[in-house]
Design a protein around this ligand. Structure first.
Ligand code: NCD
Length: 318
């Protein structure tokens, strides 16, 4: 059996291109499963997964939960606002308490960059990073690249633009790593104030001109402006941002070519993209959501295969 080169999914940076190919191939199988009348497989019947969300989330949390249920895992959910973290408990104590209840896999979203990696070194479980601060969001990048591949046939040689608030975006960094690893050309576009210093060293080109970028690309990923992460003003107003970096029907028709449009959600309609464009045939935003479940099923399934518990432990029922 083909296996992943990693024991945790902490970031795309730690993967090999073959890992991504294996995840995509496995996701193809699960996509077929979730489109059947009976959308469930018994693969993870003896596995328990804890979803720890120390930061708000809607679609990523629901997508992981659904992926786990479709694989027949037992799941427990925890969100920081209702927990003892508020009483001063450390992250390791919180997680070790949960693991004492015999949890095999931890899916964690955390506001601090590096939290998933820290956890993987300090607790004995498989860790999946569901977003750590402004660092990485690996399953989002996998589902974005998978969605592009499903529409365009291949990633290698395709031109992908990532537009908007690159500075505060974990989606941007994970997407850059994944797309470069798969052989795409990547251009980042946004106001200079939202572009991290030295980001070109990752092998991407930069632009402050949206129309030039859109004319160049085959697919554009329109990032959300991360207002909650901004401690100061990075641009004068949302109106000005929308004029310069937002997509609307006029800009799409001026382009005179078809491109794919992605958005990780949640959308600020009218800021990074207008409603008519977000709901147009170019947008594959709902495909991304559907593919997200298949990708997360694949990631969990492949990491659990590496845990190798179900076949070896005589106390577990097969
Ligand atoms: C992203 C996130 O939380 O990093 N959203 C998501 O996971 N669907 C992007 C965002 O919040 O803009």
């Amino acid at each position: 059996m083909e296996v992943l080169s990693v024991d945790h999914l902490l970031g795309i940076k730690y993967l090999q291109p073959e890992d991504i190919e294996l995840i995509f191939k496995t996701a193809d199988r699960f996509k077929e499963v979730i489109n059947r009348p009976i959308k469930k497989v018994p693969s993870l019947r003896d596995i328990t997964i804890a979803n720890l969300f120390f930061e708000n989330s809607t679609r990523t949390k629901l997508s992981f939960e659904l992926a786990e249920k479709r694989l027949s895992a037992d799941i427990i959910n925890f969100s920081a606002s209702q927990s003892s973290v508020k009483k001063g408990e450390t992250l390791i104590d919180t997680v070790n308490n949960i693991l004492a209840m015999k949890v095999d896999v931890v899916v964690m979203r955390h506001p601090n960059s590096g939290a998933a990696s820290f956890l993987s070194k300090n607790v004995n479980a498989c860790i999946i990073n569901a977003g750590d601060g402004t660092h990485e969001h690996p399953t989002q990048a996998l589902l974005d690249a998978y969605s592009i591949k499903n529409k365009l046939g291949v990633i290698k040689g395709k031109k992908v633009a990532i537009v908007g608030d690159i500075l505060h975006s974990r989606v941007a960094l994970s997407n850059i790593y994944a797309l470069k690893m798969l052989g795409a050309e990547v251009k980042l576009c946004g106001p200079k104030s939202l572009m991290p210093k030295h980001i070109e060293s990752l092998g991407v080109s930069l632009s402050t001109d949206l129309m030039e970028t859109l004319k160049w690309c085959d697919a554009a990923n329109m990032l959300r402006v991360q207002n909650e992460r901004m401690d100061l003003k990075y641009f004068p107003s949302s109106r000005e941002y929308a004029q310069l970096y937002g997509l609307n029907a006029k800009k799409m028709s001026d382009l005179k070519k078809e491109i794919l449009l992605l958005h990780p959600g949640p959308i600020n309609r009218g800021v990074e993209i207008t409603s008519d464009v977000a709901d147009s045939k170019n947008a594959i935003i709902l495909d991304q959501v559907e593919n997200g479940v298949a990708i997360r099923m694949a990631v969990i399934y492949l990491l659990v295969a590496k845990l190798n518990v179900s076949s070896n432990d005589p106390n577990r029922e097969g």
